[in-house]
Ligand binder design. Structure first.
Ligand code: NAD
Length: 346
């Protein structure tokens, strides 16, 4: 299927605003997928909700759900009442807001199958008390087509606006998830913005509305495709300069006031010692894992194929990341480790 995503206007940044939570409104939340990102996001959300709200959490790794609820209960001040759920459906059955943060498209599809089967089996699940419709926010990085399939399944299980599925992939990494400073790229109808934004701003500091459902993922994948290429090109250019005898710090300072400047050259420089805070300066530990970069590149290539967009550099880039990750000295490290794979001087 050809997917043509048109943004009706440039992404609109939504500023942090004062929350107008109506007093004693009973809101039930579900949070599904408590990995590196989801665990921290759920913790921030719970801590910033009033105590008369509930949050039910689920991960197929039961230990993660139990530990999170313990952490939530141990914190000093307030927050929504946390509970461990035994399945995605169990977490979501009474929730008016469901947030998912899962690794791959197949995980998202299977979690929503479970959630929607619970509503189908339970007439009670069809309308919430107060008849507020259910909102499903998927923060996973998946392909826009899979996301639209899940959105369609939600609409057919909960028709007439009783269920809305939106995509809100994020950037900011584990550091941003922990600090509550994530940026969300939102794909959602305008009419839902006032409901979605206050929820996302409890876990992040910026919401960029990119257009209708699916548009958040398109924006995220286009950005990460560019990043994938820039990272390799920066590693190549730095390696080249060093081999020519240039001091890498001098070369980086030239690039960073010239036309080659990009995030990998300025913030995440792949040569150890050039940027003290970059993963390269700590043996490429932490940062954005090479396996996540491979995944995002694969999803971008899939979505490009569906849209009929040529990505001539993508095959080579995918090969570079695949070969780099296959080497023990690069595996599990920040994606800037491509410089090491190229044989760059460290
Ligand atoms: P992760 O692998 O650390 O966590 C995923 C969690 O989902 C795991 O705890 C796993 O047990 C759980 N899970 C898998 N299938 C499940 C199911 N059916 N039901 C319930 N739980 C299930 O992944 P992460 O790093 O937290 O990333 C989550 C998403 O966010 C991914 O799509 C990723 O691409 C995206 N993302 C990650 C980062 C990052 O820096 N880690 C940054 C931006 C976006």
């Amino acid at each position: 299927m050809k997917v043509a995503v048109r943004l009706r206007r440039p992404a609109m940044q939504v500023q942090r605003r004062a929350f107008s939570v109506s007093p004693r409104r009973l809101n039930n939340y579900a949070f599904i997928g408590l990995g590196q990102m989801g665990y921290q996001m759920a913790r921030n959300l719970q801590a910033k909700l009033p105590p008369w709200n509930t949050i039910r959490v689920f991960d197929i790794n039961t230990a993660a759900s139990e530990k999170l609820v313990q952490d939530m209960k141990a914190q000093q001040a307030g927050g929504a009442a946390p509970e461990v759920a035994v399945s995605a459906g169990d977490a979501a059955k009474d929730a008016d807001t469901v947030i998912t943060c899962l690794p791959e498209p197949n995980h998202v599809k299977s979690a929503y199958e479970d959630i929607l089967s619970t509503y189908n089996a339970s007439p009670k699940g069809e309308a919430l008390p107060g008849s507020k419709s259910r909102l499903f926010i998927d923060c996973s990085t998946i392909d826009p087509t899979s996301s639209r399939e899940v959105a369609a399944a939600v609409s057919s299980a909960l028709p007439n606006g009783r269920g809305n599925f939106v995509d809100a992939p994020m950037s900011g990494g584990v550091v941003g998830a922990t600090a509550g400073t994530l940026t969300f790229m939102l794909g959602a109808p305008e009419c839902l913005l006032s409901r979605i934004e206050p929820i996302l701003l409890r876990m992040g500091k910026r919401v960029l509305h990119c257009g209708p459902q699916g548009a958040g993922l398109s924006a995220k994948l286009a950005n990460n495709y560019l990043l994938a290429i820039e990272n390799i090109a920066t590693a190549e250019a730095m390696n080249l300069g060093v081999k020519w005898g240039l001091d890498p710090k001098v070369l980086a300072s030239v690039i960073n006031v010239s036309t080659g400047k990009c995030w990998p050259s300025e913030v995440n420089n792949p040569v150890p010692g050039v940027v003290g805070t970059a993963p390269a300066s700590r043996d490429y530990q932490g940062g954005f894992g090479i396996s996540l970069m491979r995944k995002d590149l694969r999803l971008a290539m899939l979505a490009a194929k569906e849209a009929g967009a040529e990505l001539p550099l993508s095959e080579k880039a995918a090969e570079v990341y695949r070969n780099a990750e296959a080497e023990e000295r690069c595996k599990g490290r920040d994606f800037s480790v491509v410089y090491r794979w190229l044989g760059g001087k460290e």
